[in-house]
Design a protein around this ligand. Structure first.
Ligand code: SF4
Ligand code: FES
Length: 250
């Protein structure tokens, strides 16, 4: 395959960015989208040009580091897939493809396709923990967990913190991410002591980071590679209202 990639180039966070077209050849349908960027970068390096900066780590759909907007869709045209797991068989020979970074007020561009997603880390740091006694490891079955609670927590824990939900949301909201994190620990018995303070603290941090509010459009869940459902956003509202009714203010 041969492709034309129109890629967002931006030297640093203060620089003015622009789309730059590149021709890339020798692409096989089995290659991942990131491997195509690797081919392009080898080409640019050989020509003495600055390679395209993009985030990646595991390349197995686990770490959440990768992510670009491909032809207007976060993580590209294949659903339930990260950019590193998106393969070129989903594209046509001689196709022209636009590649942009996550676009959101809370995710400033650092360089080219790399954005600063540390706002998500600060939301987790504000309440994504439990209190547990130190010492010898407790007996594994000493805290029974109902099957439906374990399943719900497991589904929420599938969030890999990639930020695609934010990039897809017209409001730039991280409500799906927030809902997954609050649902994860709030569904388990170990997460109950901090459930109220967690819901309030993480929601406040979300707003303080400049993420927008949720208006239930659903673009977030459509691009989420982990299949986080929209009702986890309702879990946030329910937990925050419950916390406020019990007098948990920040
Ligand atoms: S909710 Fe989905 S899209 Fe959003 S950060 Fe988590 S895995 Fe990524
Ligand atoms: S590089 Fe880890 S999820 Fe894509």
């Amino acid at each position: 395959m041969r492709l034309t990639l129109n890629i967002w180039r931006q030297a640093h966070s203060e620089a003015t960015g622009r789309m730059v077209p590149y021709r890339v050849g020798d692409i096989s349908p089995e290659m991942s989208f990131l491997e195509v960027l690797d081919v392009l970068n080898e080409q640019l390096t050989a020509e003495g040009e600055d390679p395209v900066a993009f985030d990646h780590d595991c390349r197995e759909g686990i770490c959440g580091m990768c992510g670009v907007v491909i032809d207007g869709i976060a993580h590209g045209p294949e659903s339930l897939t990260t950019t590193c797991q998106l393969h070129m068989r989903h594209f046509e020979n001689e196709q022209e493809i636009d590649v942009e970074p996550w676009r959101a007020g809370a995710f400033p561009v650092l360089k080219d396709l790399v954005v600063d997603r540390s706002a998500l880390d600060r939301i987790v740091a504000s309440g994504g923990f439990i209190t547990a006694q130190t010492g010898a490891a407790p007996e594994a079955n000493s805290t029974p967990v109902a099957r439906e609670d374990a399943d719900r927590a497991f589904d929420a824990a599938a969030c890999i913190s990639c930020g695609a939900c934010v990039a897809a949301c017209p409001n730039g909201s991280a409500s799906l991410f927030l809902g997954a994190k609050i649902t994860h620990l709030g569904s388990l018995p170990q997460g109950q002591p901090e459930r109220d303070s967690r819901a309030v603290a993480m929601s406040e941090q979300h707003d303080a980071e400049g993420f927008g509010g949720c208006t239930q459009i659903g673009e977030c869940t459509a691009v989420c590679p982990a299949g986080i459902p929209l009702d986890m956003i309702s879990q946030t509202s329910s937990d925050v209202l419950g916390a406020l009714s019990r007098g948990h203010f920040s």
